[in-house]
Design a protein around this ligand. Sequence first.
Ligand SMILES: [Zn+2]
Length: 565
Amino acid sequence: MNKSTKSFFSNFLFLTLSLIFLFNSNTWGISKTIDKKQSINKTNSTTNAGAIVVKKWADDKKSAFSFSFDDAYVSQYINTRPILNQFGFKGTFFLLAGSIHDSVPEWRYGLWWQFLEMAQEGHEMAAHTMTHPHLRSMPVGDEQTPNTITYELYQSKILIEQKIGEKVISFAYPYTEHNAKVDNVTKKYFENGRAIGDVPNPSSLSGNAWYSLTSKQAEFNLPRNTPSDDLDELANYETFTQNSINNGQWTIFQGHEVLPFSEIAAALSQGSYLPISNQWLTALAQWIKNKSDNNDIWVETIGNVTRYIKERDNFTFNVVSSTANQIIISVNDGLDNTIYNYPLTTDIEVPNNWNNVTFTQDNVTKSLTTFTNNGVNYVRANVIPSGGNVTIQNSATLFTITSSAGSNGSITPLGVTSVNSGGSQAYTITPSSGYKIESITVDGNPETVTTNSGQTYTFTNVVVNHTISATFSVIQFTITSSAGSNGSITPLGVTSVNSGGSQAYTITPNTGYKIDSIKVDGTPVTVTTNSGQTYTFTNVTANHTITATFSVIQFTITSSAGSNG
Ligand SMILES: [Zn+2]
């Protein structure tokens, strides 16, 4: 391989890899996007208006992060809740349903009203069985038989749903222990199953992967005498999460009790598993918040990230109609609408001359401003796949100009035309052959006709509605006739003739006279019948003259006389 070939190939490889990286990092599923554009092109070859690109993560952030806390400790209400709320984060709480009571707490667990209150604040209440068993060693069983997998999962789900009043879709395996048998039961009742793992979750999951969600727990080396003894684990966690950001992945945090540092030692002595200090969780949450503000991390519950990924990966759209100022798009994801109703962050392609649009879906209307990326104009909007048709209306102030034309000519464009405020619109007025522009009327006032064979009129800086109309008339020419004395020409004088028309003249000498000459446009024509004849102009396209002269008829008398007289 010579040097230039080698250089070409290395450049080509670099460019190709760069493009692949660009597509992967900016847009989810570029191949899917191309498919959709192709399907639009079948019906509209000039534009992709209405094409929707779903962003990989909500708000176009680089990665996803979920806080989850297991077992339903009362400390989660007392300490975890205010720390998450301080930063505006919603967490997922895997409740050990059988150990939560209405009024008298069991051990370190919380009460139903506490978790109900958290649910009403937007935190996700999820299931973690009734009794925290080792599920792998249980039979599959059924919904009504205690000490079976099915009973543990089903009963915890319906108890939480009954107490909280919301659908429970997320599940965490006790001790993070699961196998195919456990997974199969989990699939019947939940949309995901949270386990544990050393790496974050990928941005796209399918099938069984939904029942092996990884989570990373904070693990603290002993001794834990002061809060600073836990700082090494804070650094570990930030490194782990930074890698998740860099790879566009989904980190699930797994925690249990959250306590003031001063209570950690006592909790450990009571068997509390990996308790986290308020100080530690606050420091992590602050770090996550900074990353979130920098668009690096999208923080959501496990249930809502599950919704986002599945809706995104199953999203389809169809442009129902696309006119100059409005696009209607149908959207779908083929999923259960009672569960999958989370808004997706999307970029929707709109015509290049749109600046502000009104976005409407499911009776929600928003005013949005467009942005341009690689020469394509988009609007970013939250679209719910189960939310019905999306309507995008160009909200620039529009005015109408109404045009009309009389017979024997045309005005283009004809009828009602919309013009943006401050915009321009030109009209071309063209008479039919043999006709001329007779009048142009703008907003009821006559305009000067400068070129009656056809002209243009332009409205500029349009800020009100307008009308324009034109009339046309036939083009006429004159023929001027005259006759000398002793004869006549009919018609005499100036006669108008339509363009292309004909006009006949009768030339008649007086008695005793004859036609002497006929001149048309100054040129003599042959006199064929000097006792009177007709001359006809045909296909008249210019002015003409015709004149006739007469002379006396003379006879010759030839006389002769004989001789002598
Ligand atoms: Zn647990």
